[in-house]
Every structure is written in C-alpha cells, then in structure tokens.
Design a protein around this ligand. Structure first.
Ligand code: ATP
Ligand code: MG
Length: 429
C-alpha cells in the first residue's frame, strides 16, 4: 500500500528540528485530513520504534471510539496488517499491541488524573481545542518512556489536530504567540484535500457564512480582536508580579455561586497590579475566604476589599451580606479588612471605560498589569466581546455554557477586576 500524503500531512509527519520533543498541531477545516494523518503517524511510530508506548485520546470517549480508533483500524487494513498476527486489539484494556511490542492506549481525558502514572513515547490528541490547557500540560509531563538503545533518531512526540478555536484560547497562545522552537502548527484548509468528493467545499461554501467558512473550511484562526470589550491590551500589560506581604493587598469581588470570581492586586496611586485570582466553582463566600487565607497566611500590610456594590444586598440565603461575611471570616484569621465599595454600581459602560483607560491611556501609558497566573482574568480580557453591531456585552447564555464549559468563566472575572478600577479611577460618561 502506497500513501500519497497531502502537503500539510507531510509537514505534520516530518520533524524539521533536532529537539528531543516535538509538539505539532494540524489545524484544519472539516475533512482536511486531520484524523487520517494523526492515525497514520501513530502507527508509523509504533513500527519504527519497537516497544514504544503511545496514548491516543480525546476529551470524550465517544470521539476516540467512533472516529480515531476507526481510522487506526482502516490504516491497519490498508497496510494489510492481520489481526492476531501483526497486531492485537484488547477491548477490555482499549489497547492495540503490535507484534514488535509497541502499544497504543486509547483513552478519554475527562478524568486526566487517571493518566498520571503513565510513561509515554508519544501522545496523540484528537480535537485539541476541546481539551483544557491543564490536561495538555499534564500530558507533556508524561513524555518520559525510557528510550531503547535500538531506537535511532528518536524524538518524543505530542501531536494533535483541531479545528481552529472559536475564541482565543491556549492553542492560539501556545502555537501562534511566541511558540517555543519545537512547537509547530500546520494549517490545512479543507480545499486542499484532493481526496474529498468533487464539489464538497463548494457545498460547504453555500451552507456557511463567510466567517464560519474561513474558520471551519479554510482552517484559519479567527480575528480574535474583533469587538473586544478590553481594547489595546498587549503583552506589555502582562508581567510577572511579585506579591509583597508588607504592601496593601486588594481583593476585588464578584459574587456568584459558580464561579465565584475574586482578583487580588497591589496598587499605587495610578497603577494596579493583579497578581492572583480566586475563581472557584460551586463555592461560597466563606469557602473562598478559606482559600484566600490558605494562599496568603502571613499578610502584614492592609487588606482592602473592593467589588460589586450589589454584593452588599442581603440575600435570602444568609443573614449577612457577602462583605460582612468576608470581614468576619478574615477577622477570624486575624486580618482586619477595610471594605471600600461604591454605594451603587455605575452603568457597565463607565466601568469598561475606566478599565480601558488604565490598560492604556490616550498618551499610551500603561496603568494596569496582569500576572500570567491570572489565567481566567486574561481569558476574559482576550475573549469578552460586544454582540456584533451592538454595545451590549455578549454574556454567554446558559445553553452556550452547557455546550462549552469554559464559557462560564467569561464575564465574572472581568467584572471583579473592573470594580476595583472603577472605584479608584472612575470615568463618568
Ligand atoms: N493522504 C490521503 N490519502 C487518501 N485519503 C485521504 C488522505 N487524507 C485524507 N484522506 C481522506 O479524506 C477524508 C477526510 O479525512 P479526515 O477524516 O482525516 O479529515 P478530518 O480533518 O479529520 O475531518 P473532520 O473535520 O470530519 O474530523 C477521509 O475520507 C480520508 O480517508
Ligand atoms: Mg477528524
């Protein structure tokens, strides 16, 4: 069996550098040959490096079973490999074993902790944009199968394939913005797959609007800056910020059950430095205070609480307001916190204007810095948008959140951070 690979597939399979680890993503449109290329690479690695152990996974097991695994079997058949002679499939272990001792485990990533004990030579990730960055980082740490002396020119490999992210997320940040030299992204438009039925892409063109076509057929990353609420935020606004236990510390809060969103900052007369965030799922004000104390058990400077003015309303759930709960709870840790909030919240557009003016004023001066540690706040800054053609912020609906869990973290961390800016440097429009 002779394969004729698409250009993008060849680039994906070949390694253009000499680092000991290669991380490659095939970003393409629907039907651009992603799964085909991934499964072929997995099998080739098993043949070339006898005894190698690979992991093939996707966020859900259905995707692994119905798509990826099927494609592995199709390749094995095309290569005239015979089951129980050249390879064995164990459905109880979900494991493919080759006669040279190489093996591939097929797994889902819903409980990534279960994969923690593995030592691997390669990992394939199906539909990478569905998996959280933390899972990717955990997999990186699994690339440590001991290298057999028989393996010539061996390189650990993590490879995945994906449709472009709809929002700016970790794939864009990792592979397009300052990628390390051993990280590569290969873009594959569906239009270049000559193996698709004639007219396939023309049909898609009729079906989709321009933006959708560019993303899901041409495989292009979106214009992630369109309609953003936070303007002009650049890498200059991102910096490592040193926490100082003798400085005043601000906690700025947005109260929700899921997720609770508080950001933690130092501040000068004209600048704010967000150095940590407490974005917790299914929690309470009191438990969030516990987490704060666990991280900052030895604070010597003042503690000032800023945040949502409506958080001071008595809720039927509790006889105390959220701020009273925080004050009491922190007092029990020996901290005397000052509450500094407005009597009522200004219109959102004023708060947004105040935040943007700190990000960068008309002179180009920066007054707002965010530590890379504040992942959710950064996610908000890069992704919170206005609805197209409107001045209303596009807050994810319940149904959207159900489809894509990450969306529940959109809006609240931005609210938390901007209450602080609006309190100290308000802008009245
Ligand atoms: N080099 C190739 N030689 C022969 N057929 C190929 C080749 N590359 C891809 N194909 C065929 O093209 C079709 C689409 O490929 P594949 O399923 O890998 O695309 P995909 O990008 O994973 O699609 P999806 O977006 O649906 O997940 C399949 O029928 C596959 O067998
Ligand atoms: Mg596919």
């Amino acid at each position: 069996m002779k394969y004729k690979l698409l250009n993008a597939q060849r680039k994906f399979l070949e390694i253009p550098h000499k680092y000991s680890l290669d991380v490659a993503v095939y970003q393409g449109g629907y039907g651009s040959g992603k799964t085909f290329a991934g499964a072929l690479l997995g099998i080739l690695l098993c043949i070339k490096f006898p005894g190698i152990r690979g992991l093939v996974g996707a966020q859900t097991y259905t995707l692994v079973r119905d798509t990826t695994l099927q494609t592995y079997f199709e390749h094995l058949e095309m290569m005239k490999f015979v089951e129980n002679v050249d390879y064995k499939w164990s459905s109880s272990e979900q494991k493919l074993t080759f006669k040279n001792g190489s093996e591939i485990l097929f797994r889902h990533f819903e409980e990534p902790n279960k994969l923690k004990s593995l030592n691997l030579g390669f990992v394939e990730i199906e539909e990478m944009s569905d998996i959280p960055y933390d899972t990717f980082k955990m997999l990186l740490a699994r690339m440590r199968q001991s290298i057999s002396p028989k393996w010539k020119n061996f390189t650990y490999r993590i490879f995945g394939h994906t449709n472009p992210e709809i929002q700016r997320g970790w794939i864009y940040n990792t592979f397009f913005v300052n990628p390390p030299p051993n990280y590569r992204i290969i873009c594959a438009p569906t239009t270049q797959n000559i193996y698709l039925p004639k007219g396939f892409c023309d049909e898609l063109k009729k079906l989709y609007d321009k933006k959708y076509y560019e993303t899901f057929v041409l495989g292009k990353s979106g214009n992630y800056n369109e309609n953003l609420v936070v303007k002009d935020f650049t890498d200059e606004n991102v910096k490592e910020i040193q926490y100082r236990n003798d400085f005043d510390l601000h906690i700025s809060c947005d109260f929700n059950v899921d997720p609770m969103a508080w950001v933690i900052a130092h501040k000068t007369d004209d600048k704010v430095f967000y150095f940590d965030e407490l974005v917790l799922e299914n929690t309470t004000t009191s438990k969030t205070c516990d987490e704060f104390f666990a991280r900052y058990p030895n604070h010597k400077g003042k503690i000032i609480i800023n945040g949502d003015a409506s958080g001071d309303n008595r809720s039927c759930m509790s006889e105390y307001t959220n701020y009273v709960i925080i004050k009491k709870k922190l007092a029990s840790f020996g901290y005397d916190a000052d509450i500094k909030i407005k009597a009522f919240n200004p219109p959102i557009k004023n708060r947004v204007a105040a935040f943007n003016a700190k990000v960068r004023n008309a002179n180009g001066d920066i007054g707002l810095y965010v530590s890379p540690k504040c992942e959710k706040l950064l996610y908000n800054i890069y992704n919170l948008r206005y609805m197209e053609g409107s001045s209303r912020i596009d807050i994810p609906t319940y149904t959207q959140i159900k489809q894509s869990k990450e969306l529940k973290f959109l809006s609240h961390p931005f609210d938390a951070a901007s209450y602080l800016v609006d309190f100290y440097w308000p802008i009245v429009l």
